[in-house]
Ligand binder design. Structure first.
Ligand SMILES: [Fe+2]
Length: 361
């Protein structure tokens, strides 16, 4: 059996499972059961608000092959939704297994049946399936150069993956197989905590707003490489066509945790609807400062060993790469699972409120 055939079988078996699950967001928030701890998976939390590192020696393949795999993967999906990003050291996971895990995280936490794995407009490789995004320093060199021409602030790179799609991502899994001896760290920031930093008056103002996310720059990026951006259906029927643009709520409810988070980023969010350009620009500038000026809601990961792997929530975190490694080679494979059309549920809670933690106001 080829790996492609086996992946197709996995995908259709997974689709059959979807009907048995209640859609997340239509039910009470999912809460961790402690299934991973009970199965002996040790970890440390990297900061109080974001990031969890699982112990060296744990292989995600063992979770995929466990007799209670579905229970463990569902638990992992809830843990990632709560902690924002988790890390596993030195992973043996193959590409089909990485895809299987990406699909199962979404499906077992109740993603809509129409959502699959994303096909990126430009981050593609002829050697790999088109629902694997390849992240390489070769392509990033061009992005970094263009970015440094506009600004010398590295912090311009914060984003949540593919928010230019009407149905963006819930989970992403990145395995970095080639990395420089030093440099190329990735940082994540908590959207829950960013929301919790706002005063009630400002939270209320933002909760009624939507913003435009756009990335038609990918057409120029593709052209510069002598290619054409991929414009056919990209993992969900609504993610279709050459106009890479979408409208999303500024405050988004995570359907797994039921917690509210800030959902704008400096890369893709262009304007806030209903405001003048001046108001929109100054509001977005302030909101984006919540990511960059609060190192106490960030976690920074150093890719120490080959095949270290991160899984994060694109619903409730933003992240940024660090282009500090010159001509050294860095590359990895990423699976981006699609969630639902983002929504704001007025009945949802902030993370601090839900966990009974002291608020900032
Ligand atoms: Fe990204």
């Amino acid at each position: 059996m080829t790996s492609q055939t086996s992946t197709a079988l996995v995908d259709s078996a997974l689709s059959a499972d979807i009907g048995k699950l209640a859609l997340r967001g239509s039910q009470a928030p999912l809460v961790p059961t402690g299934a991973l701890e009970k199965a002996g998976f040790k970890y440390i939390d990297l900061t109080p608000v974001i990031g969890r590192e699982f112990a060296d020696g744990i292989q995600l393949r063992d979770i995929l092959n466990a007799p209670n795999a579905d229970e463990l993967i569902r638990e992992l999906a809830i843990v990632i939704a709560q902690r924002g990003v988790v890390f596993f050291k030195k992973q043996d996971l193959t590409i089909p297994e990485q895809k299987e895990l990406g699909n199962k995280l979404g499906i077992l936490s109740g993603r809509p049946a129409a959502s699959g794995l994303h096909k990126h407009p430009t981050e593609r490789s002829p050697e790999l399936p088109d629902d694997i995004s390849t992240i390489t320093s070769e392509r990033n060199k061009h992005y970094a150069k263009a970015r440094y021409q506009q600004s010398r602030f590295a912090a311009r790179g914060w984003h949540s993956d593919i928010t230019f799609e009407p149905v963006p991502s819930d989970y992403a899994i990145l395995k970095v197989h080639s990395r420089p001896e030093t440099g190329g760290d990735t940082l994540w920031a908590s959207a829950y905590e960013a929301y919790d930093r706002l005063t009630p008056a400002y939270q209320k103002f933002l909760e009624g707003l939507t913003a435009v996310h756009e990335a038609n720059v990918f057409h120029q990026v593709a052209e510069a490489a002598g290619e054409k951006a991929y414009t056919a259906v990209r993992g969900h029927p609504l993610n279709d066509g050459p106009n890479f643009t979408a409208t999303h709520p500024v405050i988004r409810t995570n359907p797994v945790t039921g917690w509210k988070g800030l959902f704008v980023n400096p890369i893709f969010t262009k304007s806030i609807n209903g405001l003048s350009k001046d108001e929109s620009d100054s509001t977005l500038e302030y909101l984006n400062k919540l990511w960059t000026n609060n190192h106490d809601l960030q976690v920074r990961w150093r890719w120490n060993d080959p095949n270290d792997l991160a899984i994060w929530s694109n619903t409730s975190t933003v992240h940024t790469a660090t282009f500090d490694y010159g001509d050294n080679f860095r590359a990895g494979d990423r699976v981006v699972s699609l969630g639902e059309k983002p929504y704001f549920d007025p009945a949802s809670k902030s993370r601090r409120e839900a966990l009974g933690l002291p608020s900032f106001h």
